[in-house]
Design a protein around this ligand. Sequence first.
Ligand code: FAD
Ligand code: SF4
Length: 471
Amino acid sequence: MAIEPQAMPEQDPKTRARNMNEVALGYTPEMAMREASRCMQCPTKPCMQGCPVAIDIPGFLAKAAAGDFEGALAVIRKTSLLPAVCGRVCPQEKQCQKFCTMGKLLKDVDKAVAIGRVERFVADLAREKGIGQGAEVAKPSGAPRRRVAIIGSGPASITCAADCARAGHEVTVFEAFHKAGGVLVYGIPEFRLPKAIVQSEIDALKSLGVKFEMNYVVGRTRKLRDFIDKDGFDAVFIGTGAGLPKFMDIEGENLVGVFSANEYLTRANLMKAYDEGGHDTPFWHGRRVAVLGGGNVAMDASRMALRLGAEKVYLIYRRSEAEMPARCEEIHHAKEEGVEFLVLQNAKRVIGDDQGKVSALECLKYELGEPDASGRRSPVAIPGSEFTLDVDTVVVAVGNMSNPLIPVTTAGLSVNNRGNIVVDPETNMTSIPGVFAGGDIVLGAATVILAMGEGRRAAAGINAYIANKDA
Ligand code: FAD
Ligand code: SF4
């Protein structure tokens, strides 16, 4: 307890708000060892109960504290495929660090052992040294190679593809976009997750023999059932995520200058609109931007707006900050960079000029009522509290739903009333034998680590299904 928590070195807020470089600069080896040595090696390992993939946290921290970073990586990699990603984007304060004894003793979750930061350091160092990327490839067993089709290339699919390839199967990933990685490349910005990290994970998959078919929209380019009925695939995994944006359904939402956060971020990240000299992606450079929502997507969109030149960015959220679903770190960073938070307020209508472009946003004030179905206190509008904000751009970040294309074009594929694919909780097999699913398409918009966990369970389901076929 005598060792001070090691703060993460970061770019200065004013400077970073105008560049795309990563905000957090990462620990030095000394800092990583010092932070890891804060772990008290609790015999009951409470932190592990908060980790969706049950990483042996005290195990890897003990190795990191001793300076054995390679050993630490080996411990992490037993259960987690994407530590450099998870170390950066997992909401640790709601997962492992929430349960950490050190945080409890110091009565502050921010003073828990910084598990994610040490994980990030270990993974980055290994990547720089080229350690651990393809090292754990199991040699094919000699049984006839079976073919597995993976639809989508987000974290659920990456994990599923890796585990199927390691089992000796021939794996092909079919991705709608021209770049693999799912939300990790089209949604989460470069300043939070450098794309070179995602690319190195894709390269590691390629080194396992996984093939990629890009610009391939399953349901349009080819129907899912064709993979099994005509193309000779033995199993299929659907990891198509939750990329269908929700809107507010308010007056003026079709005006020029209103965007879904998905479109806004996809243009900025995947299509590299931020690189004005190098890319021709058309982009709406808002001067005064209102972002609606309180999750990670809203934080990313508001911080991206600053980096794309906005003079003023408002983040409008109808509950209080305590109810915001975004990671605490993202909220903190957005505020530091100058995003103005308007909590307990919400958009009522978008106002346009005579050319059909956004000229203002009418908002309403809210107060908190009784808890709703989500367990959070519900927002209640205060009648007569309308006020107007001078904005020229509105970015809607109020949630995403599952894309309906595959369910609609695949007879016999069961979905629930929210459009999520229904799977067997043990194997992740869908209502169609040999077709599995996982990640946001099953859970609804969730997290990277949960998507990975789903991909891993589905791969175990696929490998067992194929083994049964072969028996
Ligand atoms: P996705 O990552 O959505 O990948 C799905 C892939 O399938 C996409 O590449 C898509 O193009 C492809 N696809 C879709 N339909 C088809 C089709 N018909 N044919 C072929 N390919 C198709 N989580 C965190 O844990 N921490 C964070 O900080 C965080 N920040 C986020 C920020 C943003 C902006 C967003 C949008 C999400 C964020 N999330 C975060 C959530 C997290 O990214 C997702 O839960 C996770 O990526 C889901 O993984 P997935 O593999 O299920 O799907
Ligand atoms: Fe270490 Fe915290 Fe886990 Fe205890 S709960 S083993 S202190 S990381």
